[in-house]
Design a protein. Structure first.
Length: 324
């Protein structure tokens, strides 16, 4: 649990002042998975109410689905991978990251079928690989292939919805899938002895982030500060009570205790904004142009303007280490 030793200390209001929402509900879209643990804990432990903000949580099948709800104005806040903000920052500059809520180099995995003749990375060449196009899973897959000396065009990429991937692998429609947790573990469980998780070096760290609209920051800055305070409380709870945090996760996701404990070890739940986020988004902008998700000649500095650090900086100055 070495990743959980870092603990931000944030000033909190006296308890006699807590427990009453002072404004209309805010809606928060969260994907189903360990990346949403700080939100799960904040809700389960009543931290949103204690901070005086009323949150209605809406679950989505993926960060992309959550981001879509936000872009359509159907929710106020969403948790999503930084890649979605990078890709959409060229056309939606009003949507910005206000904090990273989870980072992990293990959230996305490459699961293959041994019966497809796959036991080592090089054997993936020429195979059918299912993933969710235009998401961090595809970005991870491309990075993984390049790292292992393969051109991404050496595999046949099959674009599927998140809820189709496990069945497609099980029914031999694809030979491998690149997908996030808990779907990756579900695929391994379905395949039993036929499943293998291919080794993945730390070539991509996913920054799962809290995203909102600039207009909401302007109109409800104080409430957004309360949301971050609640998430900071949840972060500290995960550090102080990892066993209880794992129980909240396994109850929420209906997963085995061992998988919940692994998920805590594989993620860093510090609320922050650091330089690696900027570096990752810059690399993704170049990838997006190369893959045709963004028009050639686009201003590749646009994603770097898609971060609004001021609320978090007011609460925890040391949690913001963004460079110029």
């Amino acid at each position: 649990m070495s990743r959980l030793v870092f603990r931000w200390v944030v000033m909190v209001m006296p308890l006699w002042h807590l427990g009453w929402a002072t404004a209309d509900d805010l809606t928060l879209a969260v994907p189903i998975g360990p990346v949403s643990l700080v939100a799960y804990v904040a809700e389960a432990e009543g931290y949103f109410n204690r901070e005086g903000v009323s949150i209605q949580m809406r679950e989505c099948s993926s960060g992309r689905a959550c981001y879509q709800l936000l872009s359509e104005g159907r929710v106020d806040l969403a948790m999503a991978a930084e890649l979605l903000v990078t890709l959409n920052s060229f056309k939606h500059p009003d949507l910005v990251i206000v904090a990273t809520v989870s980072t992990s180099s293990h959230q996305i995995k490459l699961v293959a079928r041994r019966s497809a003749g796959i036991a080592t990375p090089g054997q993936l060449a020429g195979k059918r690989v299912g993933t969710v196009a235009g998401t961090s899973a595809q970005y991870f897959l491309d990075s993984w292939l390049v790292f292992h000396g393969m051109d991404p065009r050496q595999v046949v990429i099959v674009s599927l919805a998140p809820d189709q991937l496990v069945a497609a692998l099980q029914h031999r429609e694809v030979d491998a899938i690149a997908i996030w947790e808990p779907l990756a573990s579900a695929a391994v469980a379905k395949l039993v002895d036929d499943g293998i998780v291919l080794p993945s070096p730390r070539l991509y760290t996913q920054h799962f982030s809290l995203v909102t609209a600039r207009q909401l920051i302007a109109s409800r800055d104080a409430d957004l500060e309360k949301v971050l305070r609640a998430l900071l409380r949840a972060q500290n709870f995960i550090v102080d009570e990892p066993g209880k945090a794992a129980k909240i996760l396994r109850t929420r996701l209906s997963i085995e205790p061992a998988l919940a404990e692994v998920s805590l070890k594989e993620h860093d739940f510090r609320i922050r904004l650091d330089q690696t986020l900027l570096t990752t988004m810059s690399s993704q902008a170049r990838w997006a142009v190369r893959e045709g998700y963004v028009q050639p000649g686009s201003n590749l500095n646009v994603p770097l303007n898609a971060i609004e650090p001021e609320i978090l900086r007011r609460l925890i100055p040391d949690a913001v280490t963004l460079g110029p």
